[in-house]
Structures are given as C-alpha cells and as structure tokens.
Design a protein around this ligand. Sequence first.
Ligand SMILES: N[C@@H](CCC(=O)N[C@@H](CS)C(=O)NCC(=O)O)C(=O)O
Length: 221
Amino acid sequence: MKAPKLKLISFNLCPFVQRARIVLEEKELKHEIEYIDLDMPPDWFFDVSPMEKVPVLLVDDKPLFESMVICEYIDDISGNTLYPKDPFKRAQQRAWIALGDTMLGSVFNLKNASTEPDLKRAKAEIIDKLDVLEEQMTGGPYFAGKQFGMVDIAYAPLFRILTGITRYTGIDFYADVPNVSAWAEQLLATQAVKASVPDDYQRVFEASLKRPDTAIAKMIK
Ligand SMILES: N[C@@H](CCC(=O)N[C@@H](CS)C(=O)NCC(=O)O)C(=O)O
C-alpha cells in the first residue's frame, strides 16, 4: 500500500499538536507541518477543522481531528504499535490518557487565571492529579516500564508546560511526586519529544506566561 501524504496543521504552543508530532517523529514518518495563527486562522482552516481547533492531520488532503485519534491513526498505519497488544492493558492506558486530557484543562486554567485564588485552585487540581499518577508509577523509566509508548506521548507535552512554568515562576509541581518527576525528566530528554516543538518554542512560551491580566505573569522571576 502506498504511504499516504501527511500534513499536520499546527500552532506553535499547542500541547495537543505536540502529541501528534511526537508519534510522527517516533515512527519516522515523512510529513509536512503548517503552523497557523489561531487568532487569525486562514479561511481554508474552517473547511478542514470542524471544531476550529488544531491539530488537524491532512491524510492525502482529507482531514482528521482530535489529537489522540490522530496519534492512534498514525500508530495504525505504521509498524510496532505504541500500545500494549493486550486489549485490557490497552484500554487501561487510554483511561490514563483521559486523565492527562483533564490535566491539560487544569493547566489552561492555571495559565489563564486572572486572580490568585483561581490560580491556586488550578494548581491544587494539577497537584492532586500528579499524586494519583505517582501511585501508578512502576519504576520507569517510562509510564509502563521500559518501553516508550502512547501514555508517554500523551503526557510529555503536559510535562513540558509544567517544567517550563516551574522554571519561570518557581511553582514546584513535582515536590511530592519523585517518580513522576523522574518520568517527566526522562520524557523531556527523549529525542522524539525534543523534536516535537518549533525552534522558537521557548521564547513564545515565555511570552505566553507574561500575558497581562493573568495571575501567573505576576509570578515571573
Ligand atoms: N481535544 C482536542 C483539543 C485541541 C485544542 O484544544 N487545541 C487548541 C490549541 S492547543 C485550539 O485549537 N484552540 C482553538 C480554539 O479553541 O478556538 C485535541 O485533543 O485535539
């Protein structure tokens, strides 16, 4: 079967886009990337993205949306699945990925909180869920043990944001979760994860923390 032409429609800061890029990098699949400005999307974007969100993967010009659906499609069309073969273990991993989705929602709330109580509430939500994850860690280096897999891919962009926030504000998400902390460090040092952001990511990320009217901007050191 001829390999499909893949093009990922992206936004430079988007953690959901990074998931898709990590799978493409890990599987070494040829692909194009187009970054768009989500504040001013091009007209064609509305034709390919029903929810008006990124990522969108164009597969021979036909659109797929939702990051994990895209990741699983890429996994399906290439060798060596990133999930366990056992259906129950595979389902369990999907459940942990669903937790990662809710954590990304809390991170969004943390970054956009306009008051200190709102920021504290979002931070507490994140820390509670990190505690839950800590109890699941099996000794690493990856979530399920030795093998880098789909849960790692789903969480790596979240850890990039948390680690970045810690660096600029001093908020320490990892103080009581040593195993999650080691997992995050391992993921951020993994080649496919490093390759999943554009060159200007750090600069744009720092700017995103300094947006006026946010509580987090006041914490930048
Ligand atoms: N559940 C979606 C979430 C995607 C998402 O929220 N993308 C953000 C950027 S990180 C977006 O496109 N936001 C534009 C908007 O909401 O208008 C997925 O997993 O792909």
